[in-house]
Design a binder for this molecule. Structure first.
Ligand SMILES: NC(=O)c1ccc[n+]([C@@H]2O[C@H](COP(=O)([O-])OP(=O)(O)OC[C@H]3O[C@@H](n4cnc5c(N)ncnc54)[C@H](O)[C@@H]3O)[C@@H](O)[C@H]2O)c1
Length: 430
């Protein structure tokens, strides 16, 4: 029998503070491991992520060379960085002359050879395995010995990327979050062969650029996105049970997320990974995109938007959902049920991540979700929330969801916690 644990707000914030301190520790690598010196950084791709990543280094005085394929892309990327710095200076965050000083640390190039002497290079091109493999093959040829070769991939197999080089020990994932100059979280992804000094140098560097680092292992989506995928899959299923996107979002907003899954999709753009005529695993999204309802940028997505970008539930979306799902209005899960059906699979997925040894400790999962995905602080993160709810309740939800879909089968550890007691936050990685 597992008991739900009630915690005072002070106990929750003490837990979070302690989890934050723990996240910096890497027990299986000696703290005395010599670090590599990082005095210059190369970034490949000046898109959404590349530009933001570059700002982190330029801000703390580390010179950055940014590589693009076309002059227009380079100009556009550097223009966005300048605008961001200018906006911050105008708000009084730093003196006006800092804009030029920081921009002065950024050099654009169209030739990869110009990265050769950088101590660290971070690849931030499109999420495409073949392209990333080609880039790492070139980096292997070009980069000076001892340079750290990092990828910002969101979910791809970093072991596979490292394997195209003759120096997989120098390869690591540095997974920034968007906007990369603002978001605090940095998932440092240790691949099979990543050297100890590459890990420790990356952890130190994270501190230097004012990030909160969490060391994770290679699996699809790593820790943060893997748990997000579980929530998204469940959010998609809920509309087949009569819930509308705004019902799902409202439930998660009530739980404490500033944005629910459909609000997030509309903001990010529904057409990520979609092409005209595509039939993906999400036919509702496909149908919306075909109507040019691609999210906030087209003033229509799951929601309708007015001229001030205020969302309202959409009759068009509701009609598409009814057509595709065949579900009549009424009989939808309650708000509490929606919360459990979205949140409990996240807890379950986190346990599977721990079983596979892809996180160093349970509380690291909480640090990832608190700092990268807006998990409400009063609910402590998926693992502490598991303690608050109790394993019995989470297991009951997962048995139901797992019976409909294998992906949601209860984790072994969840069964064990329910059977034998114990806390989610104290689960040890496998
Ligand atoms: N956007 C996000 O929220 C986010 C968050 C975390 C991680 N990521 C990951 O970061 C990576 C980049 O994503 P993004 O959103 O910045 O994409 P993006 O499309 O905004 O930018 C990619 C840039 O790479 C450039 N590029 C392509 N091939 C190149 C090459 N051979 N050499 C140099 N530049 C090249 C493109 O011109 C483009 O400007 C992806 O792997 C993505 O999964 C994205």
């Amino acid at each position: 029998m597992s008991q739900a644990i009630s915690m005072t707000p002070q106990e929750v914030s003490d837990y979070i503070a302690d989890a934050g301190r723990q996240a910096w520790l890497v027990p299986d690598v000696p703290e005395t491991t010599p670090r590599r010196e990082i005095k210059s950084v190369g970034i490949i791709g000046a898109g959404t992520m590349g530009g933001g990543i570059a700002m982190n280094f330029a801000t703390v005085g580390i010179p950055v060379t940014i590589l693009e394929t076309r002059p227009e892309a380079l100009e556009r990327g550097l223009g966005v960085v300048r605008k961001n710095y200018q906006r911050s200076a105008d708000k009084g965050r730093f003196p006006q002359d800092e804009v030029a000083a920081r921009m002065g640390r950024l050099t654009g190039t169209l030739s990869m050879e110009d990265l050769a002497e950088c101590d660290l290079v971070i690849e931030a091109v499109f999420e495409d395995m073949d392209l990333k493999k080609k880039i790492f093959t070139d980096l292997d040829r070009i980069m000076k010995p001892g340079a750290i070769l990092a990828t910002n991939t969101s979910a791809l197999d970093i072991d596979e990327i490292a394997a195209v080089t003759s120096r997989p020990e120098d390869v690591i994932g540095l997974h920034f979050f968007s906007p990369a100059n603002v978001m605090k979280l940095l998932e440092i992804v240790r691949a099979d062969k990543t050297a100890d000094d590459v890990i420790m140098t990356s952890m130190d560097l994270a501190k230097e650029i004012n990030k909160i680092a969490v060391l994770v292992g290679v699996c699809p989506g790593f820790v943060g996105n893997r748990i997000l995928f579980a929530r998204q899959a469940q959010a998609q299923k809920l509309v087949y049970q009569g819930a509308m996107p705004w019902d799902v979002d409202a439930a998660l907003n009530t739980f404490g997320f500033r944005m629910g899954p459909y609000q997030m999709s509309d903001m990010a753009g529904l057409d990520i990974g979609w092409k005209k005529g595509a039939k993906t695993t999400n036919p509702i999204r496909d149908a919306l995109c075909e109507l040019d309802r691609r999210g906030q940028k087209t003033s229509a997505g799951y929601y309708d938007y007015d001229e001030n970008r205020r969302p309202s539930p959409s009759e068009v979306t509701a009609g598409i959902i009814r057509d595709i799902t065949g579900v009549e209005p009424g009989g939808a899960p309650s708000q509490d049920e929606i919360i459990d059906m979205c949140i409990h699979p996240m807890i379950n997925e986190a346990l599977k991540i721990l079983e596979e040894g892809k996180a160093q400790r349970a509380s690291d999962v909480d640090i990832v979700w608190l700092n990268g995905y807006g998990w409400p602080a009063d609910k402590g993160g998926p693992m502490l929330y598991g303690d608050m709810v109790g394993a019995d309740k989470v297991l009951a939800t997962m048995e139901k969801l797992g019976a409909e879909d294998d992906r949601f089968a209860p984790a072994e550890t969840l069964r064990k916690l329910a059977r034998e007691g114990g806390r989610f936050t104290e689960v040890q990685p496998g």
